[in-house]
Design a protein around this ligand. Structure first.
Ligand code: NAD
Ligand code: IPM
Ligand code: MN
Length: 367
């Protein structure tokens, strides 16, 4: 098989800062583990707008469609807040997800032992936490029509539409059931079937897919209760499957169970390509963090863990993914903390680059 290809889109704000640490990790795997990748770099978000007047160019889209995996940092920032909606940085990310048809967004939330004390929740609530949120990523209210800001009866009205077809729900649910089969075989589906027709359909379709997975214990929760339960007793969950908007909110909420938004990776997966690999983009859950951008304070772990997910889901290198995750665990157990993870007495923060260097040291020590 030819050398697998990766397109790196660092984006804006802390995106390029955290991605620089991922590049070190990719190079390490090439040098020390013989895992060679054909890596190219391009622009997305505000960075692409500055150069092309669009948050992603057609050429970059074509490249993204042709590689084995895309790694994305983050997009957006105050500099672009007043741009026309159609060219905002976030539209670049949404175009990638939609046109690559990356319908299954896997957002795992794991609490590393070393950070159990650090969560805003009590240690025994989060210690050992290991949940997987599957967020439908290419439909729902993010993309439904009609949408826009219109004038009606001499006032403005903002419209977005929640719309799901059966097949869109089915493929997201199937991805979640497949993951549940490899985990603890428990799946909780979250919607608002009490107030939304799309929620009623969501629940029906999940139950229909469940017939094919008799070993999986299925439950349903209204998403508002789900948010409360995630904070009250998160360990009750194994896999959660939910729609695009609820998944966005619930996964940020789950991030704090792990200690910081700077810890949460994600994989956005689509259908298999001709070579059998799924269409895929790997992106941290966090954004461009304008409040800390350019200060060397960003935690690169979410982005590095997203590359670990690439090793696992795109490149069939589960053992090497585990090696990388274990290296991060070792670094955290050794007390290394970026500023977002501070809280313990007497601990001083290390920079983004220093955290990346420590991960490389731990990787080397693992040989
Ligand atoms: P954000 O995730 O950028 O930041 C929220 C808070 O978390 C901030 O205080 C930030 O400093 C902190 N934080 C986030 N990532 C961190 C990291 N790696 N290390 C340390 N601290 C971290 O969310 P926001 O402030 O609501 O949004 C800022 C911009 O990012 C907006 O333009 C938004 O649209 C965009 N955004 C992009 C993505 C993405 O590209 N996938 C995701 C979310 C938000
Ligand atoms: C995320 C982000 C994006 C989303 C934005 C930046 C488009 O919040 O990846 O979680 O809402 O999906
Ligand atoms: Mn989000």
């Amino acid at each position: 098989m030819s050398t697998p290809s990766i397109l790196i889109l660092p984006g804006d704000g802390i995106g390029p800062e955290v991605m620089a640490e991922v590049v070190k990790v990719i190079d390490w795997f090439g040098d020390k583990r013989g895992l060679k990748f054909d890596v190219s770099h391009d622009l997305v978000g505000g960075a692409a707008y500055d150069k092309h007047g669009a948050p992603i160019s057609d050429e970059t889209m074509e490249k993204a469609q042709s590689v084995d995996a895309v790694l994305l940092g983050a997009v957006g920032g105050p500099k672009y807040d007043d741009l026309d909606f159609s060219v905002k940085p976030e539209r670049g990310l949404l175009r990638l997800r939609k046109e690559m048809d990356l319908f299954a967004n896997l957002r795992p939330a794991q609490c590393f032992d070393a950070l159990a004390d650090f969560s805003s929740l009590k240690k025994d609530i989060v210690a050992g936490l290991d949940i997987m949120i599957v967020r439908e990523l290419t439909s729902g209210i993010y993309f439904g029509e009609p949408r826009g800001i219109f004038t009606e009866n001499n006032e403005r009205v903002g419209i977005n539409t929640q719309r799901y077809t059966e097949s869109e729900i089915e493929r997201a649910a199937r991805a979640a059931f497949e993951l549940a089969m490899k985990r603890d075989k428990r799946l909780c589906s979250m919607e608002k079937a009490n107030v939304m027709e799309s929620g009623i359909l969501w629940r029906d379709v999940v139950n229909e897919v469940a017939v094919d997975y008799p070993e999986v214990e299925v439950s349903h929760m209204y998403a508002d209760n789900g948010a409360m339960q995630l904070v009250r007793a998160p360990k009750q969950f194994d896999v959660i499957v939910t729609d695009n908007l609820f998944g966005d909110i619930l996964s940020d909420c789950a991030a704090m169970l792990t200690g910081s938004l700077g810890m949460l990776p994600s994989a956005s997966l689509g259908l298999p390509m001709a070579n059998g690999r799924p269409k895929a983009m790997y992106e941290p859950v966090h954004g461009s963090a304008p409040d800390i951008a350019g200060q060397g304070k960003a935690n690169p772990i979410a982005c590095v863990l997203s590359f670990a997910m690439a090793l696992r889901y795109s490149f069939d290198q589960g053992d090497e993914a585990t090696r990388l995750e274990t290296a991060i665990e070792t670094v955290l157990a050794g007390g290394a903390r970026t500023a977002d993870l501070l809280g313990e007495e007497g601990v001083t923060a290390i920079s983004t680059t220093e955290m990346g260097d420590k991960i490389i040291e731990a990787l080397t020590a693992s040989l």
